[in-house]
Structure formats: C-alpha cells, structure tokens
Write a protein that binds this ligand. Structure first.
Ligand SMILES: NC(=O)C1=CN([C@@H]2O[C@H](COP(=O)(O)OP(=O)(O)OC[C@H]3O[C@@H](n4cnc5c(N)ncnc54)[C@H](O)[C@@H]3O)[C@@H](O)[C@H]2O)C=CC1
Ligand SMILES: O=C(O)C(=O)[C@H](O)COP(=O)(O)O
Length: 371
C-alpha cells in the first residue's frame, strides 16, 4: 500500500511505517503525476485536494488531513469517487487558544491593561473557541460567545450573543471555519462595514482563516487612521499575503497559532487512528510514547496568582513575540512557507508539570492547562 504524506507531519514515519510504503511530499507543490499510485493520501492545509489533483489516480481509497480546517478539501468530489475522508477535529485547538492567551498577555503588558477588566468576544464556539473559553474562565476573564449555528442547537445550553454584540467587546477573537455559502458563510464576515464599527481601543485577533477578514478593506481603514490593535496569524491568499498590512499589526505571525508540537502531532495520531479503523487493524501506537519531554518540564509556583505571574508563566512556555519577530525579519527574504516549515519548537502548557506550594494555593494553573 502506498501512503503519501506531507513532509511537515511530525511522527508520520513512527505512526505509518508498518502500514505501507511511505512517500513524503512537499504540500504546496504536489501534482497529479506525483500521486498516481497513492492508495492513501495524508495532507495538511496547504494541499488542495480536488479533481485536478486526483485526475491521474484510480486507486486512492483514503484521504486524511491532519488539520482542523477542511476548506482545502473538495469533500463532495471525494464522496463521488467513494474515497473515504477524515479530518482531525480539535487537534490543535489548545495550541490556538494558548496563542491567543499569549497575545493577550503581551498586549496587556504593552498597553498596561488589566486582563481581568477586559471582555473577550469569541466568534465561533466550536473546539477552539471552547478551549479559549475554558482558559479565560480559569483566569476570571469575562467573555461572550457568538455562534449562530450552535445557538440553534437545543443541546448546547451556553448563552450566545449576536455578532454585533460580540464586536463591541474589548477583544474580538475569531474561531470560525472558512465557508463560502449558506446563511452563516464566514467569507469576509468582517467586511468594510463591520470593520469600520471597531473602535481604536479594541483588539482584533484572527487565528482562524485569513478570508474571514476582508484584508484590503482592513488595510484601507488602517491607512485612513484606524487604531484598532491587530493580531493576524492568518491572511488572505496565503502564501502571497498583503504584506502592507504587517506594519499595522501589533502581532503578526505566519499561520502558526496551531503549531505547538502537540497540536501538529495530535493531527498525525488522529489520522493514524482513522486509517487503522479504515483498514480494520488495531491502532496500537500512541503519541505519548513518541513525544519528547519539553525543555522546561517542571516548575514550582510559590506565590499566589497575579497577572504579573501569569505574564511570566505564559511567556516562559510560549512567548508569541518570538514568532512575531521571526515573521517580520524573514517574510520578505524567505517567504511565508519557509517560516512555517522551519518553525522552532513550541510546547503546550500541558507539557509543563507544576508543583504548587502552600503559599501559592489555587488551581487556576491546572485550569489554564498546566499539568
Ligand atoms: N491559525 C491556525 O493555526 C488554525 C486555524 N484553525 C481554523 O480555525 C477554525 C475553527 O476551529 P475549531 O473551533 O476547532 O472548529 P470547529 O468546527 O470545532 O468550530 C467552529 C465553530 O464555528 C461556528 N461557526 C460557523 N460559522 C459561523 C459564523 N458565521 N459565526 C459564528 N460562528 C460560526 C461553528 O458553528 C462551529 O461551532 C478552523 O476551521 C480552521 O480554519 C484551526 C486550527 C489552527
Ligand atoms: O488545523 C488547521 O486548520 C490549521 O490551520 C493548521 O494549523 C494548518 O497548518 P498546516 O496544515 O498549514 O501546516
């Protein structure tokens, strides 16, 4: 069995080597000729899986993406050819939530803001929005959820707000899929009209898909003096992004919010489990047996919770300014994809085991995700 997999998929060899012959590929440049004899195709978000890519293959049985987003996959086409498909829901949701927490900590420090005084609006309350909500709850930060699709479901008894209500929050964090059609399509959800409602004091974070914000409209507003603080991890038309926007960002990164080692590797593990199920074999391998210990794996907390301590703890594990710095330094000479491919190690809070002394008390750290 020929298994083709994206070279940017950690632990792919460990997981899949016993299931077939492995063929790594560069996700952006994969062609129909390259995968003529693929039985299994395992991609990440930069590979468009559609009729054109599969035109020369007649043996493909399984496609998997080690990502949450599925906007790069033509699912109706796969179904029409009876090719099984699986994605990796929630695989890197914690990573994105920790990216947002790191951004909040950095911006609070930069602008002397008290985090517990802020209200955060979460647009999209699925896996990622929910992980962020849990962390904000742990920190006592008020937040409002907007998710018209979940609001319609009676089994979800959380309180939901309209987009216009949530757009009035001090911080707005976007966590919706990219959808082009339907009553709740997210393409340019934040268009010129919505963007122009934002005030100079607000913070707007996009770590879902670039196309959810009209980037040209945002640039025009910024050029006209808009002071809303911007955090952009995702951009329209990646990898050929609108670089003129970068100087207007407080934090700018190369679509790496979900790039913790755990987040990426969980995606690989989820594909392994799905492929084993498809093949009818027992999934005996587990990520916890491969993943290495973090550089900082033990910490003692010996003082009560404070926002100063939070700042130190978060930055110790993941300081988003590192990724912002790399992005600004490298984007013009190396380009977007290179920054992503050479992403330096990053771990989730859960990779750190904390020892909380008596003086410190409280389990806020565990609720925040530390082990
Ligand atoms: N920057 C990065 O590295 C990453 C980005 N993402 C992106 O984030 C997106 C969201 O991730 P998850 O929360 O895990 O997906 P999810 O599918 O669990 O949740 C998405 C939620 O958005 C809601 N939604 C859809 N349209 C909406 C609208 N118009 N307004 C408000 N809510 C709406 C859905 O009802 C759903 O509850 C993914 O589809 C992916 O595109 C995901 C992982 C990493
Ligand atoms: O999971 C998703 O959805 C994401 O956006 C991933 O972080 C994308 O990473 P790549 O697949 O582009 O490596």
């Amino acid at each position: 069995m020929n298994i083709y997999y994206d070279e940017n998929m950690p632990y792919a060899v460990d997981f899949f080597k016993d299931l077939g012959t492995l063929h790594p590929f560069a996700g952006r440049s994969l062609t129909a000729d390259d995968i003529k004899d693929a039985d299994v195709l395992l991609v990440r978000s930069i590979t468009q899986v559609n009729q054109a890519l599969l035109a020369k293959n007649t043996c493909l049985k399984f496609v998997g993406t080690a990502t949450i987003g599925v906007d790069h996959i033509d699912q109706p086409y796969l179904a029409s050819r009876n090719i099984a498909f699986t994605s990796s829901p929630g695989c890197n949701a914690i990573s994105v939530a920790e990216y947002v927490i790191s951004c909040l900590v950095v911006l609070a420090e930069r602008y002397c803001l008290t985090l517990s005084n802020l209200t955060v609006g979460i647009v999209g309350a699925g896996n990622t929005g929910s992980r962020l909500s849990e962390k904000l709850t742990a920190l006592g930060i008020k937040h409002l959820l907007c998710d018209p699709l979940l609001a319609e479901q009676t089994q979800d008894n959380r309180k939901f707000y309209s987009l216009d209500e949530v757009l009035k929050c001090d911080v707005i964090s976007l966590h919706v899929p990219k959808t082009m059609t339907g009553p709740h399509a997210t393409y340019h959800l934040l268009n010129q009209l919505k963007l122009s409602q934002l005030t100079d004091q607000q913070i707007l974070i996009n770590a879902c898909r670039g196309e959810v914000i009209d980037n040209q409209a945002l640039l025009a507003l910024k050029q006209a003096g808009m002071q809303t603080k911007l955090v952009l991890d995702v951009w329209e038309n990646e990898p050929n992004i609108l670089c003129e926007l970068i100087p207007y960002c407080e934090i700018a990164t190369a679509h790496i919010a979900g790039y913790s080692l755990e987040g990426k590797a969980r995606g690989t593990e989820m594909l392994y489990q799905a492929l084993c199920k498809q093949l009818g074999v027992f999934a005996e391998k587990q990520l916890k047996n491969f993943i290495e210990e973090a550089n900082i794996s033990q910490l003692t907390i010996n003082q009560p919770f404070s926002e100063v301590l939070l700042n130190q703890m978060v930055k110790l594990v993941y300081d988003v300014r590192r990724d912002d710095g790399i992005f600004r330094q490298q984007i013009s000479s190396y380009g977007f994809d290179h920054i992503r491919k050479t992403y330096p190690a990053r771990r989730e809070f859960s990779a750190v085991n904390i020892n909380i002394t008596k003086q410190a008390q409280g389990d806020v750290w565990h609720h925040l995700g530390f082990n």
